[in-house]
Design a protein around this ligand. Structure first.
Ligand SMILES: C[S@@+](CC[C@H](N)C(=O)[O-])C[C@H]1O[C@@H](n2cnc3c(N)ncnc32)[C@H](O)[C@@H]1O
Length: 289
């Protein structure tokens, strides 16, 4: 009998949800034999490399046909920067396209949870800017994982609002202390003492970022704080692995989200913030991620 089987009377039954080893998986997908369990194990090790959470949905999200088929079309963003390759081919922008296909929408939420939880662990270890906040809104908060972690660490925050597109929050899990609100950040953002936002500005053009940040400004009291977690490009390009990963992410944004959406430098963020009414920018770097 195999590890994931047991006896029910005289019958041999297979237990659901029992972990399978790489070689057990291989015998199921290649019943006639063959395959390399060690190489399969190496892939599984990567996919599960973030603690209890899986990195797999993020890898899968980026490798869906609808996104992969865009890579040979990168040049289109140079020929016509008014429209990103994704929109040119699929006839609508990425987020509304995901929103119409429940599997893509669900995968995007899971992908964000898988990468955001380890990232937020690093942020919350060092960043101390939530003091005095009672009501916090997460703009583009997806399934609400970032808010859940912030509220768990900072018990003085009594109310969290997870604000995202209606079709995204409709499937978000319930989280103690968090209310999910569906809406459009280009129209208005729920009022709060402070606003948190992660991996949102980078996908949009400068004009769109100004509009989002202006809406944040309107939702905040005088002197209120916008805490934006975004990739920050170095002023000068260099050969570090980190910079090259950032530059690759920049091209991903150009191809999928907005031909003129981009990763930005500290100075570029400062200018956008200044335009929207935020006079000071303090940079906090998360380097161990
Ligand atoms: C890259 S994801 C980041 C998710 C989350 N902040 C995180 O870091 O895990 C960007 C999020 O912005 C949301 N979004 C896109 N357009 C939006 C809009 N017009 N209004 C509100 N949220 C929007 C998407 O649904 C998505 O959840």
């Amino acid at each position: 009998m195999e590890d994931n089987e047991c006896r029910d009377g005289r019958k041999k039954v297979r237990l659901a949800n029992t972990p399978l080893s790489a070689s057990q998986i291989l015998t199921r997908i290649l019943p006639s034999g063959g395959g390399d369990a060690e190489n399969l194990q190496r892939i599984l090790r990567l996919l599960t490399s973030y603690g209890g959470l899986s990195y797999a949905p993020y890898v899968l999200q980026h490798h869906q046909d609808a996104l992969m088929s865009m890579w040979p079309l990168v040049h289109k963003a140079i020929l016509d920067p008014t429209i990103e390759p994704f929109l040119k081919v699929h006839g609508e922008p990425a987020y509304s396209y995901y929103g119409k296909i429940p599997e893509m929408n669900g995968l995007m939420r899971k992908a964000m949870s898988g990468v955001s939880v380890p990232f937020m662990t690093s942020v919350l270890e060092g960043y101390n800017g939530f003091k005095g906040v009672k009501r916090l809104v997460d703009v583009g908060g997806s399934a609400g994982d970032c808010l859940r972690m912030i509220l768990q660490k900072h018990r003085f925050i009594c109310e969290g609002i997870n604000f995202d597109l209606p079709e995204v929050v409709a499937e978000a899990p319930s989280i103690p202390g968090v209310t999910h609100i569906g809406g459009d950040m280009f129209k208005s953002i729920p009022a709060a003492d402070a606003i948190f936002m992660k991996w949102v500005l980078t996908t949009w053009t400068d004009d769109e970022c100004k509009l989002i940040m202006e809406n944040c400004y309107k939702a905040l009291p005088a002197g209120g704080k916008l805490i934006a977690c975004e990739p920050v490009l170095p002023d000068d390009s260099n050969e570090s692995q980190r910079t090259r990963a950032l530059l690759e992410g920049d091209i991903f944004v150009m191809t999928i989200y907005r031909a003129k959406g981009n990763h930005r430098t500290e100075q570029e963020f400062k200018q956008l913030g200044f335009f929207a009414g935020f006079p000071h920018l303090r940079l906090y770097r998360v380097l161990d991620y």
